[in-house]
Structure formats: structure tokens, C-alpha cells
Design a protein around this ligand. Structure first.
Ligand code: PLP
Length: 376
């Protein structure tokens, strides 16, 4: 059987990885400034993480959600401590799209309404509920999507108008749009949006699937705006590669048996991995390090030619160029052996492990400078 060919693949086969480095089958070394779409938060194969997974799989990897699972409870406790969301509840699932689907479902159950406001350029995933919220012409919304959606600019008047005209259950936003090109609403906008949602019984959902988990220098990127969301969706960096997602839910929402559900969500192994991730984030002070390294890289980039704009926070960085970046990205990978991401045609997207250090950053900066100079 052949693989269903839906991903454009780089002609590289990583077989080993450690911290910010990957090796292919020939022993060639690659620097990872992308982390498999922001998934690698604490660095590849972190010893504490590997040990936690090994120990857990020897005990029990999975049993269904019909039994008590202290590892899930431990994860909820760890998340409470590190996020500051003290009275919120946790529901666990397997991916970012699932987290968003469950968040939307909850918003509808809670408000009795079913229209959703999302933002132009947003990406919230590829399950039927989440994909309907993706304003991306390449991804067709399936006909069975439950919610109707309005896509808006960061325009409070437009949002208020829609809230008055339609039965709006939720506004869902990415504190920093990832796939959309590292786009940030202003903190003032987010604060006003929070007020509007509260005044109109509209649930505010912060999709932190890509921007969360310490990447931006706070545990959640929306915390830079000094607000609380009603529901926060998480995934990617949560398991450092092991699939796990979840939603943090405000105490205003009532749980009842059967309201949400999943077979694999919150399984023992994924939770052990997620606990190890949070332990390493705390022990190694990775949130502050992400902030410092992000500042170091962004400041250095300011000196470079032919860059239109540098956006983002911490280690979620978008570098918008005056020219298409396809060739630049290929050269970084094949000449300099550095993985980076992209967004749109002219944006390089950096989502490295939060353990990124100055020596690796300098290597990337030097390679980028060489490529910019040779492109001029
Ligand atoms: C902001 C955001 N939300 C949701 C998703 C979907 O996550 P997953 O691919 O785990 O379903 C992504 C994936 O890129 C994302 O960036």
C-alpha cells in the first residue's frame, strides 16, 4: 500500500534527534528552528521526558476514561499552577482541531446559540467542526459543518454588528495567528473584545494550540493582553510530540456525563508525557528563556536588509520578506541544514524548541544573512 500523498515532503529522513538537533540516516546534522510545527517545546528526546514515558509504558499505557486516572489529575494540577487559571477545569483530547471542536460545542451548549465569529486568516484545524472556521481557500469547509461562521477583520464595530444581528455563541481567535503569518491583534483590541463578549453572553475562545505552552514568554500568548478567555484550547507543544490536546474551561460551564467524550483523550501515556513537559518547562525556566531568546533573535534580525517586518512574541517569530521565500527556505535546509517554516509566500516562520540557545541562534542568523546577501 502506498501513502496517500497529501503532504509535500522534504527529501530528508530524520532518524535521531536531541534537543535542537536532528540527524538523518547518513549522520548529517540539522538544526531545528521549526519543531515540527511548534510541537517540540522542551527539545527532542529530553531525558526527563524519555524516562517518564518509558516508566509509564512499563506500567500502563492506556485504559479508558471509565476509571480514575491520577495522572490526568496531576496534569490538571500542573496546568493550574503554571497557567494561573486556578478555578478552570480541564478536558483532554488528542489534537488541536479536536480541542477547538469541543470548545465550539461547549460554547453552543452553554449559550444555546450556534453562530461563530472567527478572524480572516485564521486556522483552527481540519476536523469538520474546526475546518469550517478556517478562512483558507485551499481548505474547503465540509457541507456537514454544524456552525455557521462569519470571518471578520480585527474590527470591533463589525463584530458588534454581527453579534446584534445573529445568535453568536462564540468568538474564537488565535492570540498570534500561526498559519496565517504570525499576525497579532493589539492588546487593546483583545481587551475590548473581551468586554463585548462578556456583555453579550458570547464565549471567548483563545486558540493557543500553536501560541501556547510558554512559547511567547508567557504560558499563554493571550496573557500578554491581560485578559482571561472563557475557553483555552491547547495541543502541539503539550506532549512534545506525543499527541495530546485539551481545553481549559471556565467555572461558568457546567459539566454533565456524556456532554463531551473521547476514547484516547487523556490516556495514561500522553498524560505522563504532558506532565514531564510541564516539569521541564518549570525546572529549566523555559518560558523566560523563550522570552529572552526571542528578543535576542528578533533584535538581531532588525539589522538585516530586505526584511519588511518582524512579528511575533518570544520564540514564535514571523519574518516577512520583500520577496518570495521558497528558495531561501530550501537553501536554509539543503545548504545550511536548518529547518524553518513558512507562511504565505513571503514569510519565514520560526517555532524552535524553547531550549534554543545563543550558539544555535547565531548559526541560524549567520546562515540567513548569507542567503539574504546572495539574494540581493
Ligand atoms: C492555531 C491552531 N489551531 C488548531 C490547529 C490544529 O491542530 P491539529 O493539527 O493538532 O489538529 C493548528 C495546527 O496547526 C493551529 O495552528
Amino acid at each position: 500500500m502506498k501513502l496517500f500523498d497529501v503532504y509535500p515532503l522534504n527529501n530528508i529522513t530524520p532518524v535521531k534527534a536531541k534537543d535542537c538537533i536532528l540527524w538523518d540516516e547518513n549522520g548529517t546534522e540539522y538544526l531545528d528552528f521549526y519543531g515540527g510545527h511548534a510541537v517540540i517545546s522542551i527539545g527532542h528526546s529530553h531525558p526527563h521526558y524519555v524516562k517518564a514515558i518509558q516508566e509509564q509504558i512499563q506500567k500502563i499505557g492506556f485504559y479508558s476514561n471509565s476509571v480514575q486516572n491520577p495522572i490526568q489529575e496531576q496534569l490538571a494540577e500542573n496546568l493550574t499552577r503554571i497557567s494561573g487559571y486556578n478555578d478552570y477545569k480541564l478536558f483532554l483530547c488528542n489534537s488541536g482541531a479536536e480541542a477547538n471542536e469541543n470548545a465550539l460545542k461547549l460554547a453552543s451548549f452553554h449559550t444555546g446559540k450556534d453562530h461563530i465569529i472567527a478572524f480572516k486568516g485564521a486556522f483552527h484545524g481540519r476536523t469538520s467542526g474546526a475546518v469550517a472556521l478556517t478562512d483558507n481557500p485551499k481548505i474547503v469547509a465540509p457541507f456537514n459543518a454544524k456552525h455557521s461562521v462569519s470571518f471578520v477583520e480585527y474590527d470591533l464595530e463589525e463584530i458588534q454588528k454581527i453579534i446584534h444581528e445573529k445568535e453568536v455563541a462564540a468568538v474564537i481567535y488565535e492570540p498570534i495567528q500561526g498559519v496565517g503569518g504570525i499576525i497579532l491583534p493589539t492588546d487593546e483590541f483583545v481587551q475590548k473584545l473581551r468586554e463585548i463578549c462578556t456583555a453579550n453572553n458570547v464565549v471567548l475562545i483563545a486558540d493557543e494550540v500553536q501560541s501556547g505552552y510558554g512559547r511567547t514568554g508567557k504560558f499563554f500568548a493571550h496573557q500578554h493582553s491581560n485578559i482571561q478567555a472563557d475557553i483555552i484550547t491547547i495541543a502541539k507543544g503539550m506532549g512534545n510530540g506525543l499527541p495530546i490536546g485539551g481545553i481549559l474551561i471556565s467555572p461558568e460551564f457546567q459539566a454533565s456525563h456524556g456532554l463531551l467524550g473521547t476514547t484516547f483523550g487523556g490516556n495514561h501515556l500522553a498524560c505522563a508525557a504532558a506532565n514531564a513537559v510541564l516539569e521541564v518547562i518549570e525546572q529549566e525556566n523555559l518560558i523566560q528563556k523563550a522570552d529572552e531568546m526571542g528578543y535576542y533573535i528578533s533584535r538581531a534580525l532588525n539589522r538585516y536588509q530586505r526584511i519588511k517586518e518582524i512579528r511575533g512574541r518570544g520564540l514564535m517569530i514571523g519574518i516577512e520578506f520583500e520577496f518570495p521565500v521558497d528558495e531561501l527556505r530550501k537553501n536554509l535546509l539543503h545548504k545550511h541544514r536548518i529547518f524553518v517554516g513558512n507562511a504565505k509566500s513571503n514569510i519565514i516562520r520560526l517555532l524552535p524548541p524553547l531550549t534554543m540557545n545563543k550558539a544555535f541562534a547565531d548559526k541560524f542568523l549567520q546562515a540567513l544573512e548569507e542567503e539574504i546577501v546572495s539574494h540581493s
